[in-house]
Design a protein around this ligand. Structure first.
Ligand code: 3AM
Length: 177
């Protein structure tokens, strides 16, 4: 089985800016440089022939290169607990349009539409019960901004879960126009 997702990779200078934010939350599992990405669509576990269909379907997605900026930070909560800290991006329209195109391309090869709302974000840290409060981090970086950065391709990633977290490998690369 292959655990797949489709994502954008911020350029090195933006990743450096994000890495520099990563302190001040006790026991947070900060993402490393290799792990930084903006997920367009989580796919999950598929068998090899389906993975090949997915790779072909993504080849047919046509979308323009987009320019984004970092825009603030936020968190995801589940059952009253914060599970992830992330950096936001702005504007949302082009990246949401690309998310929809990817979702449609994947539907054509039989994957069910993603049910949940799309919130473009770059995960900075994963948190668990042992993690200290993140309020000060969220307040400190509420005004996060960056120079504009261009995203010129999207990537199909394979995720391998290890005891130390997930490791991600780009297995295909699709240029944006
Ligand atoms: O972009 P991030 O890193 O926040 O949380 C997982 C990660 O998102 C998410 O897919 C990305 C690559 O692993 N993910 C994992 N399981 C998921 C699921 N069942 C999921 N997204 C949606 N549904």
């Amino acid at each position: 089985m292959h655990r797949l997702f489709v994502a954008l990779r911020p350029p090195p200078e933006i990743r450096r800016q994000l890495l520099a934010l990563m302190e001040g939350v006790e026991n947070a599992r900060w993402q490393d440089d290799e792990q930084l990405h903006l997920t367009l669509r989580f796919i999950g576990n598929v068998e090899r022939p389906v993975a090949e269909d997915i790779a072909t379907a993504l080849d047919g997605v046509r979308a323009p290169t987009m320019t984004l900026r970092l825009n603030g930070v936020g968190c995801f909560d589940r059952r009253g607990r914060t599970t992830a800290l992330w950096a936001g991006v702005h504007p949302h329209d082009a990246v949401a349009a690309l998310h929809r195109k990817v979702d449609q391309a994947l539907a054509r090869v039989g994957l069910p539409h993603e049910g949940r709302a799309f919130h473009p974000h770059i995960t900075l840290a994963r948190l668990n019960a042992a993690t200290g409060p993140a309020d000060a981090f969220l307040a400190r970086h509420a005004g996060l901004a960056s120079d504009p950065f261009a995203l010129t391709h999207m990537l199909l990633f394979e995720s391998t879960l290890t005891r130390d977290g997930a490791s991600y490998e780009a297995i295909a690369r699709y240029p944006l126009d």
